[in-house]
Design a protein around this ligand. Structure first.
Ligand SMILES: [Fe+2]
Ligand SMILES: [Fe+2]
Length: 175
């Protein structure tokens, strides 16, 4: 059985994951408005990942006898300065999420909630990857600068990204 405090904290994190999904939909829309379909695809993969994260947490809370209580999702930013601005904001956002996940782990340790700690470790590892992939895109865009040819090359590469549901998400069913 999950504690009230841990239940509330994971519910709050579900809200953050759904906000992340919403944020990346907004970023995909920005790229689509510029005709950068590859970056838009990259963001849509990100959207699916965030939805998966939320659903993994949803499933876990149910499994441990908790209750899902959803809160309103904040509106995402709708305008961005440039592709680099988008990825810089993505990295910033992922760092924020990492700090939230770390906070959840701290709470689990405080409460000697080993099940939640074990569950959350997957997200600790996932956040390393999330930050690394956003940083890689931001770094490459910084290198490309104002070079349109380079930007189109990166866009093409971003278009090859595909969503692979994580093995840990098997319990939530098709996404
Ligand atoms: Fe996430
Ligand atoms: Fe993320």
């Amino acid at each position: 059985m999950i504690s009230e405090r841990m239940q509330a904290a994971i519910n709050e994190q579900i809200n953050k994951e759904l906000y992340s999904e919403y944020l990346y939909v907004s970023m995909a829309a920005y790229f689509d408005s510029l005709g950068l379909k590859g970056f838009a695809n990259w963001m849509r993969v990100q959207v699916k990942e965030e939805r998966t994260h939320a659903l993994m947490m949803y499933t876990y809370v149910n499994e441990v006898g908790g209750r899902i209580i959803l809160q309103p999702i904040d509106g995402p930013p709708t305008d961005f300065e440039s592709p680099l601005d988008v990825y810089a904001k993505t990295l910033e956002h992922e760092k924020f999420v990492t700090s939230r996940i770390n906070g959840l782990v701290n709470l689990a340790l405080q409460e000697s909630d080993h099940a939640s700690n074990a569950f959350l470790q997957w997200f600790v590892t996932e956040q390393v990857e999330e930050e690394a992939s956003a940083k890689e895109m931001a770094d490459q865009l910084r290198i490309v600068g104002d070079n349109g040819h380079g930007l189109l090359m990166l866009d093409r590469e971003a278009g090859t990204r595909v969503f692979t549901p994580p093995a840990a998400a098997a319990t939530i069913g098709p996404i």
